[in-house]
Design a protein around this ligand. Structure first.
Ligand SMILES: [Ca+2]
Ligand SMILES: [Ca+2]
Length: 69
């Protein structure tokens, strides 16, 4: 188990998907869905939960799924 001598100068930035908790209250509710609906036409990356470059019904599905826990 040889560890390669490699100096890591910069850590690659992990692109975390945006949080589905849009109003930051710790849960996914119809309030978050409402916020999403108000903003989905703007195609804002903040609401692009699956990071496919557009904000659409699939992202809303992710938000609804997140609220089912
Ligand atoms: Ca919320
Ligand atoms: Ca998307």
């Amino acid at each position: 188990m040889a560890t390669p001598e490699k100096t890591i100068t910069s850590l690659s930035v992990t692109e975390n998907p945006p949080s589905t908790d849009l109003n930051n209250d710790g849960k996914q509710t119809f309030i978050d869905i409402g916020i999403f609906l108000q903003n989905m036409l703007h195609n804002d990356a903040r609401y692009d939960f699956n990071q496919d470059g557009k904000v659409d019904a699939r992202d809303m599905g992710i938000l609804i799924d997140a609220g089912r826990h």
